[in-house]
Design a protein around this ligand. Structure first.
Ligand code: SF4
Length: 358
């Protein structure tokens, strides 16, 4: 793929915080995107309303570190994941993207305060030597969509590699892994792929890689020495969904169990605001209930059935993989796993909350 043309097609304008104009990484990016107009600003507020959309690239220098706790979801069990808001926003265009509830009118933002963010995370790692720190950049955008251009993940991977308690996850719907394969010291880096049946990926994730391409990238990453994770999230019901999801699960045979860091499951959920933006999509015509976190989920009986089918199919292939549900209620955990995650051997380590996180 010609990455320069690919990225030039993504953006119509670039805004850069003045202090970053001498940053060599930013200079390199601007030289690749040399046909796109560049505007120098001192803050996001200077971007005109007409450019507040996803085809504007904003290269930002936040004042505070960009790492923190995942906000979790009221009334649902949190997996104590930590997040780095490195790439905010995304042009993959998933119809169900929860960020449409709040980020839709924002430019794609790349936050360049890397050094202070890394220092903070290394401090957490030192202060919590016996706790697994699970941290990733895929919470408010795709970890790898813009990474071949900015090459920021490499800086994090190298900085975290000496720390056995840091599991740094790059979560993606792309197959953009080639620029990471040469890195010698990977530590416990995990490359995570979101998975759905081809019907959902094709219709609802318009600019993502195909599911076949994601698995090919996963195999390449394993060969290069990376750990892998998979996220079946959101699982969406449609006629025949059971067979289609189980077919995708069969591909997990391509990855050796010892290279699988974890697999997550999450059924489709939406906020009222998101519904307002996507109310023509067919998958909204199902039975949903409002939950304590103000999101709507499939009725509990349906969710139970969905999780049971997925859990059984995955455990048939990889019985020992750490498998968890994202943002589910304690009652659902009891029903599906018979326990809360802190009592499950494969999960208690990765779900443990780190003590100091400020
Ligand atoms: S890849 Fe993630 S961030 Fe990007 S549109 Fe899809 S759901 Fe949203």
């Amino acid at each position: 793929m010609n990455f320069s043309n690919f990225y030039k097609k993504q953006f119509t304008n670039i805004y850069v915080i003045r202090e970053l104009m001498c940053n060599p990484d930013v200079k390199q990016v601007l030289s690749v995107l040399d046909t796109i107009p560049v505007h120098i600003v001192t803050s996001k507020e200077e971007i005109p309303d007409s450019d507040m959309h996803q085809h504007t690239l904003f290269i930002n220098l936040p004042k505070a570190p960009i790492a923190g706790r995942c906000p979790g979801s009221k009334g649902h069990l949190c997996c104590n994941y930590l997040t780095i808001d490195l790439y905010e926003g995304c042009t993959i265009g998933c119809t169900y993207c929860i960020m449409k509830s709040y980020l839709n009118f924002s430019p794609v933002t790349v936050n360049m305060n890397i050094d202070e963010t890394i220092s903070l995370i290394l401090r957490w790692a030192r202060e919590n030597p016996d706790t697994t720190i699970r941290i990733g950049t895929g919470e408010v955008g795709d970890s790898l969509l813009y990474d071949p251009l900015f090459r920021l993940s490499e800086i994090f991977i190298k900085a975290f590699s000496p720390f056995p308690n840091i599991y740094f996850e790059l979560k993606t719907k792309t197959n953009f892994v080639d620029h990471l394969l040469h890195i010698r010291k990977k530590g416990n880096t995990v490359i995570g792929f979101s998975l759905n049946p081809p019907k959902i990926a094709g219709e609802e994730e318009p600019f993502g890689a195909t599911i076949g391409e994601r698995f090919e990238a996963a195999v390449k990453a394993v060969r290069a020495g990376y750990n892998i994770s998979f996220h079946f999230d959101p699982i969406i019901r449609f006629p025949g969904w059971e067979q289609e999801y189980v077919k995708v699960v069969q591909n997990l045979k391509l990855i050796p169990g010892e290279k699988l860091a974890w697999i997550s499951l999450g059924t489709f959920r939406y906020t009222p605001k998101l519904k307002g933006r996507i109310d023509s999509r067919w998958f909204l015509f199902d039975e949903f209930v409002p939950c304590k976190d103000n999101k709507y989920r499939y009725i509990q009986r349906r969710r139970r059935g969905m999780y049971k089918i997925m859990k059984e199919a995955i455990e048939n292939i990889h019985p020992d993989v750490p498998l968890y549900m994202c943002m589910e209620s304690p009652a659902m955990w009891e029903y599906i796993f018979g326990e809360k995650p802190e009592k499950i051997d494969t999960l208690c380590t990765i779900f443990k909350r780190i003590k100091r996180c400020s």
